[in-house]
Design a protein around this ligand. Structure first.
Ligand code: NI
Length: 315
């Protein structure tokens, strides 16, 4: 079974069933809730993010869009069996690079993204059956990434969470059930993120800090609530590859090549094999362009993020 993208009354869906529809994201503008801004360069149902109170989107065209994802239960029951049936494709041969080479930060050193051309690759909704392949790719190149994980998938793949942590990747929080946080009470919002954080802590010994609300959907109230969750900065994105929609390795690579900027935060999903297959070429391209691939924490270190602060990129 394949997912398909549909638009129902302004709602963007990446669905197995209509029940998994993902409403177009609502974004925060000047501390207020706004809905679905349009963009001439984006599909009608793909809103362009508005500036946040803390940061301007600046010159980087930010396009938080829906990250349509089935609920964890449907992912867990369908995604592995569907994607496991796909033929294995040979990985692109890569040169093995060690940390400290070229534009890779030396071990133990936090890259100075005020001086380097930093970019943060982020992967949502996992971990999943293809995440090991992704971690292998990142390890070969000494690249770091950030994973915004769902609690049930953490519980299903503790070994991958452990490996992410051990290999210096950042584990962010993408909630437990992948709901629209804007529709939940404060209590339920906290429950969503605390439950997933606790699941991560079981494996790594420490919980998650940063949060990416599913669909980029939140309100002023959500922000206030998340600010109570250990540090709770909200991480969106400035490059939306639309990998969930295209399910195309070539288009995902092309999107990053076209939109990459120093300071960018790139949105992808490691539950999709075409995306994971795109990463070797993406990493190679970015490194050839002089980028250092860093975690979100490293990217934003110079900003000293505050609880509830919203970021789409650095700079
Ligand atoms: Ni998601």
């Amino acid at each position: 079974m394949r997912w398909k993208s549909v638009v129902v009354s302004g709602i963007v869906c990446g669905v197995l069933t209509a029940s998994a529809c993902a409403p177009a994201p609502t974004m925060v503008a000047s501390g207020e809730t706004s809905t679905a801004p349009s963009s001439s360069s984006a599909p009608a149902a793909t809103p362009t993010p508005t500036a946040t109170p803390e940061r301007s989107a600046g010159s980087t065209p930010s396009t938080p869009a829906s990250t349509p994802t089935a609920t964890p239960s449907s992912e867990a029951s369908v995604t592995p069996s569907v994607e496991a049936s796909e033929p294995k494709e040979p990985s692109e041969p890569e040169k093995t690079q060690q940390p400290g080479d070229d534009n890779t930060a030396a071990p133990g050193d936090r890259p100075d993204c005020t001086k380097l051309r930093c970019i943060a690759l982020t992967f949502d909704d996992g971990p999943g059956p293809h995440t090991k392949q992704l971690l292998d790719t990142l390890a070969k190149t000494g690249s770091k990434a950030t994973f915004f994980v769902l609690g049930p998938n953490v519980a299903s793949h503790p070994e991958l969470i452990k490996r992410m942590d051990k290999e210096g990747h950042q584990i962010g929080n993408h909630s437990w059930n992948h709901p629209q946080l804007s529709r939940l009470s404060s209590k339920k919002v906290l429950s969503e993120v605390e439950r997933t954080s606790a699941e991560v802590k079981k494996v790594t010994g420490h919980g998650t800090k940063t949060v990416r609300p599913p669909y980029g959907d939140f309100t002023k109230s959500t922000r206030s609530t998340l600010a109570k969750f250990p540090s709770g900065e909200i991480i969106l994105w400035s490059v939306d590859t639309l990998d969930w929609k295209t399910r195309s390795t070539a288009k995902t690579i092309a999107s990053v090549k076209k939109e990459a900027r120093p300071g960018a935060i790139v949105l992808m999903h490691d539950i999709h094999k075409p995306t994971v297959d795109a990463v070797p070429a993406i990493v190679k391209h970015l490194r050839d362009e002089g980028y250092t691939l860093v975690t979100v924490d490293d990217l934003l270190a110079s900003e000293h993020p505050k609880p509830g602060q919203v970021f789409t990129h650095l700079g």
